[in-house]
Ligand binder design. Sequence first.
Ligand code: 8YV
Length: 315
Amino acid sequence: MREVEILQVGPYPAWDEMPLNEKFRMHRYFDAEDRTAFVERHATGIRGIATRGELGASRALIESLPNLEIISVYGVGYDAVDLEAAGERRIRVTNTPDVLTKDVADLGVAMMLAQSRGVIGGERWLVSGNWEAKGLYDLRSRVNGKRAGILGLGRIGYEVARRLVGFDMEIAYTDLAPAGLAADWTFIDDPAGLAAWSDFLFVTLAASAQTRHIVGRDVLAALGPEGMVINISRASNVDEEALLDALESRSIGSAALDVFEGEPDINPRFLRLDNVLLQPHHASGTVETRKAMGKLVYDNLVAHFEGRDLLTPVL
Ligand code: 8YV
């Protein structure tokens, strides 16, 4: 299969790049100085794209590759792939669901705990010598016994909720319809209603044009000055300007965020806040999960070019 040419949109860990390089002729888009010229040079040979969740594949890129057959996404989220452009040409699209679900849920819960209990601020207090010089660290808020709202009870939202039950938290959720997964989890049919009920609002929705800014000014106002929003999905699910305004004016309590508009170049307003926990989009970032994701990217490409069924098709 060495003759099959694949455009690699972003880097992967070495253990994922090695088998791809052995099996296919990989073209490293992200290393090219002039990416447009690079694509033009290889355009007719390229039959596959290997990309990442947050990098996707734009209509312009898809349209510049006349012999493209498949886009294999390293990530569960495929909102950055132009599905319409792919669908028009019957280009197949795959993602990496399931293998990352529990790690993403783990980080979401870790972010809630860290922010609520001041884990990072507490360490800074100690390391800076303040403990010795000034005394005890500020008291923080408990999580046990509090209310967690899950906005989007899909695979990841479900795993978050299951973990929070272990912290004796009450669970409510908003989704398209009641899920009937646990009798004592309350269905609330609108995001603002969910936020008004919640102490902690987890954003775990798959992003799409329909969910864009679903957490807007109304939802943040409903969450209120004690509330925390935790986003482990996509930045586009939250109106970032509204969130920054709410954090600056303290009309919500705090936020714990793994995703940002325009990441990794994030809005500098975030850096001036003391009521945020900021993470570099790494909820799926464990060695175990990333290896499983890389294997799925590879296995889907090989299955396609061997004429077998795709393992995890989106389109
Ligand atoms: C990224 C993700 O793909 O699964 C997703 O949708 O956003 C992540 O897993 C990851 O950062 C690798 O680029």
